[in-house]
Design a protein around this ligand. Sequence first.
Ligand SMILES: [Zn+2]
Length: 324
Amino acid sequence: MQRGHAWDYAGHRMVNLLAIENLPADFPSFVNEAKNRERIAFLGGEADRWRNTPDLPLKHANGPDHFFDIEYLKDYDITFEYLSPFRYTFVQQLGRTKALFPDRSPKIPVEQNRDRTKGLPGFLPWTIMEYYSKVKSACSYLKAFEELGTPEEIENARQNIVYLMGVMGHFAGDASQPLHTTKHYNGWVGDNPHSYTTNRRFHSWIDGGYLKRTGGLDFNKLKRQARKGKKLNTIRGRTDYIFPVIIGFIREQHKLVEPLYRMDKDGKLTGDGAKGRMGKPFLEKQIVASSELLTDLWYTAYKLAPADRYLIARLNERKLNASK
Ligand SMILES: [Zn+2]
């Protein structure tokens, strides 16, 4: 069975729209043009659209980008403090431990694991990190084209930034869905002393079913809750200092896994009656939290992006040759 999506499209749109809304005033204003706003909102759903593919190589590459099941780190003897910001270093760590302790993880029959992603803890923090750097890189070349490029080059660079911001927003959105940070992603698994739900529809209910039942998300209401974006602290602008921010955020959301299950047990997530709607502010807060993370990351990427020196040199050469 496919893992659930995080927020439905409506939730992901909302994360992206709130994040645009709260960008500080010195962020490039083209993102606020109506067509670009709508495109960034639309792209909030993009990475989930990729998941509907029958193509196994894409399922393999994209599926684990959406989650990070924190409990599994223990099986690999990895602690948060030693997580590398490099994706493939982490993959190597996983492989090494698997080879040393083959009995720790259950054998999964190939028929149940056609895309070979079962048993992976997921790569959500790395995915967000890498998109951050792609946005930053695009801001760097935009700055160079703004100095010496053609109007078409400037427009292409802007459109790339819009695209990358939109897709990145999806993953920032996933990070606040507590069920994307846990092995209990679709009903409680294993020991269950508190008798939490084991319903396999729990995930999709939290993603969207419950929010729909309780009247959907109200942009203006959430706008009032979300704070303005800020530049994240890094040492000398180093990108690897962003990674602990992302990890820290996901760890905080993981702490909400059990409270979410408790709310379900207490009847606050049925969607019916006053009590059944009591879980809604909790989920609204999560949507807002993702949007705040996203605004900060976008804004920091822009602020820390130096104009691309290599490109400026090439553009200067071009200018010189054109004037000969
Ligand atoms: Zn997702």
